[in-house]
Unconditional design. Structure first.
Length: 461
């Protein structure tokens, strides 16, 4: 344990030293982006780079947390100073911050071609999911469908409901990892949500857009179609691993295909910590269908005819992270300036595909994430550790996954181990390795990763 700490500290110290050295010598370079348009825009924007990651540190874990580019950090710093220099005005009247975030909500709404009252700013995905799952007026006779791969941002509020009201939770299991990487999106959605009596008429379908465990994306268009076919009232989506990675403005992954969608600003968007967005399709939703659980505006609904917007009721909840929300808009501007969400998605998915092909070409059995159907693809690639010399030898235990992660970190590459339940081992988690390829990563870094992971996997026998 002490040794682990020492190693991590050494790695950090070295990284900080190298970073300082490169900054002093002026050698900080722009990432080599795969898309020519993105690369051109990136290098033209001399004022915004992801500089806090040292040049020799290959950070492949945006699925846990992104890294703010310097324009976002500068903006955040300036916002904090502005706030501290005139606190009351900042809270009450400052036009830059705007009370109750009307301006921020308006700007985010425009991204998705919706209205301000469809958008509430939150601290993170978990907060958004809680606002929805505690806000909807579930009864003991209701049933909610979810899967065996959901994050605790979904399972925790569902467990609370089960305990409080006894409502029915219908867990659906994903196909086992060995089948998943060859399936199409239609096959996966049919497998998860067959047209059975049990699922028909469920109150809610509560799923993730992109799964942190397997990297699988469930296209919103297929989910919407399924929810309608099964007459499910609400499609509630956890978008923690999608916003900032996938274009949510139109097409098969349009946020408007969901009824509620919660996502963060701090992961793939590379915005400040403690920022997130909740989308509510029905801007007129109100009690008794939906209660503003975390709010200072419940009294607005004391009259039956109240049309007070629910998104605003949820927004007014005491002092929020306004400097952070303001800088989240800067992170959005930044993505738009370098090509927009479609170009960002392409860059991220192209890099992920390179990782998938590399792993698959050497050990087809180890790859968990889908490889063939692009509509299932994301920037997360998950695979089990395997022996490089004997690629059919796969490891699914926690210890081996942690050993590989640690060995990579010692070489300045950050990925993570991820545990999940599989159909074949429902009660015992199996562990894979998860690689996140983000906007600030480039093809050269992936080549280095391939070389080092080969060395590390060669030590497994
Ligand atoms: C699918 C999913 N949901 C929710 C979360 C929690 O995100 P947040 O920190 O934004 O609440 C995560 C974090 O990894 C996640 O992967």
């Amino acid at each position: 344990m002490t040794k682990q700490k020492t190693n991590d500290q050494n790695t950090l110290d070295r990284r900080n030293f190298l970073k300082r050295a490169t900054v002093v010598s002026g050698l900080v370079s722009a990432p080599l982006l795969s898309s020519p348009l993105l690369a051109q825009n990136y290098s033209n924007r001399k004022t915004c780079k992801t500089m806090e990651l040292a040049d020799d540190f290959i950070y492949l874990n945006s699925g846990t947390e992104g890294s703010m580019p310097d324009c976002v950090i500068d903006d955040f710093n300036n916002n904090l100073k502005r706030w501290a220099s005139n606190p009351t005005a900042s809270y009450e009247t400052d036009r830059h911050f705007r009370k109750h975030q009307h301006y921020h909500r308006e700007k985010i709404a425009r991204l998705f071609s919706v209205e301000k009252d469809n958008i509430c700013l939150t601290d993170n995905t978990t907060m958004g999911m809680y606002m929805v799952l505690m806000g909807l007026n579930f009864k003991s006779t209701d049933s909610i469908i979810y899967t065996n791969q959901e994050h605790t941002a979904i399972t925790s509020p569902l467990a609370m409901h089960k305990e409080k009201t006894g409502l029915k939770l219908l867990q659906r299991d994903f196909p086992t990892a060995s089948k998943l990487n060859r399936m199409t999106s239609h096959e996966v959605v049919e497998y998860l949500l067959p047209n059975t009596k049990e699922l028909r008429g469920a109150t809610a379908l509560c799923v993730s857009h992109v799964y942190p465990s397997t990297g699988i994306r469930l296209p919103l268009k297929l989910l919407r179609k399924k929810a309608d076919q099964l007459s499910i009232k609400y499609l509630i989506v956890d978008g923690a691993q999608a916003f900032g990675m996938i274009d949510l403005s139109e097409g098969d992954d349009d946020i408007k295909l969901s009824d509620f969608y919660a996502c963060p600003g701090h992961k793939w968007l590379n915005g400040p910590p403690g920022t997130g967005i909740l989308f509510l399709k029905n801007k007129s939703i109100k009690p008794p269908e939906f209660y503003p659980t975390l709010s200072q505006r419940m009294e607005k609904y004391s009259s039956k005819n109240s049309d007070f917007p629910m998104a605003e009721a949820l927004q007014v909840r005491g002092c929020s992270n306004v400097p952070g929300f303001t800088s989240m808009l800067t992170a959005i501007d930044y993505q738009n300036n370098i090509g927009g969400s479609k170009a960002v998605e392409k860059h991220i998915i192209d890099l992920a595909q390179t990782v998938k092909e590399f792993i698959y070409s050497h050990s087809p059995l180890s790859l968990v994430s889908p490889r063939l159907d692009k509509s299932l693809a994301s920037g997360l690639t998950v695979f089990f550790p395997f022996s490089w010399e004997n690629p059919n030898k796969i490891f699914t235990d926690k210890n081996t996954a942690n050993i590989v992660v640690k060995a990579l970190l010692e070489k300045n590459i950050q990925i993570r181990a991820i545990g999940f339940n599989d159909e074949v081992s429902p009660n015992k988690k199996i562990y894979g390795l998860r690689v996140s390829t983000a906007i600030f990563n480039n093809a050269q870094q992936i080549k280095q990763f391939q070389q080092i992971i080969k060395e590390v996997l060669s030590t497994l026998s």
